[in-house]
Design a protein around this ligand. Structure first.
Ligand code: T46
Length: 136
């Protein structure tokens, strides 16, 4: 099964512009209760971010402006996708290594998270990640 799992959001556009609404309980939109929201912006094009996996955390990432390239890796296969649509969320499951590259100057990456911030949930060594992914 592909690592790249898109969730399509309904755009409530009219002549004034576009609007996407995400509400707690909209199970089809986001398949977990959102406990945290953060956004990444002003990342220089030459900078890459991520380089970690999460033991339990599930997330949906939405590029609400600009674009960036997301790489996902489950320890066996590696896939990538351009994030460039405010109406598409990328579901990132637990135990998936992620890297983000090629941020445009105007990129704003909004992330909905299933848990509060917890540094102990991060696996920041690729070697540790592949070892744990093999055994899970
Ligand atoms: C992920 C990708 C997509 C907090 O204090 N609270 C938070 O909720 C977050 C997300 C980060 N931080 C602190 C930890 C670091 O001192 O903010 C700093 C930057 O975080 P980090 O280096 O982890 O950022 P990225 O862009 O490498 O990764 C982030 C998320 O941490 C991660 O969960 O999946 O975005």
């Amino acid at each position: 099964m592909s690592l790249i799992k898109w969730i399509d959001f309904q755009s409530l556009g009219d002549e004034r512009g576009s609007l996407v609404a995400l509400e707690i309980g909209m199970e089809k939109a986001v398949p977990f209760v959102i406990k945290r929201v953060y956004y990444i912006y002003h990342t220089a094009k030459s900078v890459s971010r991520g380089y970690h996996a999460h033991r339990d955390l599930r997330q949906v990432a939405i590029c609400v402006a600009g674009r960036c390239r997301m790489v996902l890796d489950n320890g066996t296969s590696r896939e990538e996708a351009w994030m460039d649509s405010p109406t598409k969320g990328l579901l990132i499951e637990s135990m998936v290594w992620r890297e983000m590259h090629d941020f445009s100057d105007d990129c704003v990456l909004l992330v909905l998270a299933s848990e509060h911030y917890d540094e102990s949930d991060y696996i920041r060594s690729y070697e540790d990640f592949t070892g744990q992914a093999r055994n899970s």
